[in-house]
Design a protein around this ligand. Sequence first.
Ligand code: ZN
Ligand code: ZN
Length: 447
Amino acid sequence: MSTQIFKPKIMDTRWRNEYENQLIKMWEEEGLFKFSYNPHNPTLIIDTPPPYISGKPHVGQVAHYVQIDMIARAYRMLGYNVLVPFYADRNGLPVEIFVERMYGINPHEVAETIDGREKFLELCKKHLDEVEKEFINIWRRLGCIFEYWHEGTDSEEYRKITQSTFIEMWKKGYIYEAERPVIWCPRCKTSLAEAEIEYKNEMAELYYINFQLSDGGNLTIATTRPELLGACLAIAYNPTDNRYKYLKNKKAIVPIYNYIIDIVEHKSVDPSFGTGLMMICSYGDQSDVRIIRELGLKPRLIIKEDGSLNDGVNILVDLKVIEARRYIVEILKNKGFLVKIDKIDRNVPVCWRCGTPIEFIHTHEFFLKQLDYKDVLKEITKNAKFLPEEHKKKLLDWIDSITMDWPISKTRYYATEIPVWRCKSCGSILVPNEKRYYRPWKELPPW
Ligand SMILES: [Zn+2]
Ligand SMILES: [Zn+2]
């Protein structure tokens, strides 16, 4: 038997929280969590999408970190080289909207001058630094074995890489500039990607409106967006809908606006919605965008960047969408075009950051081609190994759901600048060669 007496380092009989701080400090001093690479061992890297850190950390994030940490620790004990980098996503709308509200600033106004823009960027950075500190503190305090990477997505190095990628893709012809219909938030005044819209359920009014046929008689269509009458380009019915076969090759007159439009067949019309006749407008929703492109119709653009309307004929001028709707419904009622109003339950697409219903407008943006590469992407996905297997299906479904090229430019500020200059005399776009971080809004062109 050993005669050695066990001497505990901690004499207290109860655990005290302060010990944890001492332990964490000791672990950090020892560099216990520093990633060390041993070429004889397998490596596991856990790289999750960096969190947006525009507000206070959430208890859900804590639960999430603890799970990642459990896996990381288990693999470390199994002999793996384990790396869990932690860095923050410090770009884009979330922080800008926070600063807008906190300081009552309109970034589009202050950013008109270089000084104003710099000041706005500084406020964004200051806020991000503060909240990032809180995030780091939380996982440190939890004892997570993450490695903190100070260079977030707003670092000069990161932005240089983003811009170099842009330049490379531009030169390969994967990126183009065009005026296209984009998903637009009238409050944030920026285009949004398909992944940046969310849906809000609401009770909406469905208006039944009479259209006259150009050769006599009339028909009734149902729409939730009567304010877009002045942007109506056609009326469509489903080719399998026997009720409307007689409308083939006929024309209708748009009420109030009095211009003539075609009546067309389209397989995407749902015969069970409203009367089974659909108004095709530029643009009520994503399917309008697709159908108008397919049929080669010339859009009538009546919604402006700030979400107000101008129909060009002085009926709806400078009214916001909701006001315009009320106003046009009054006119329809007075002139006898309104048949009835129903209530329907529907999902309204809204901006993921501010909750404002989105619109579709035409803007000049840079687009990354993705429609041309859907098959290639699916091929690559099919050949990749996924764990668990069902996540492969998620990605494949997402690729299938893409309906437009990806607008990658935004009229916002706290983000990576598009590294291009435009020639003042001929308007052509000039892209630099050298790989560094460019800020065209305050830099002279490098030529
Ligand atoms: Zn918004
Ligand atoms: Zn030129």
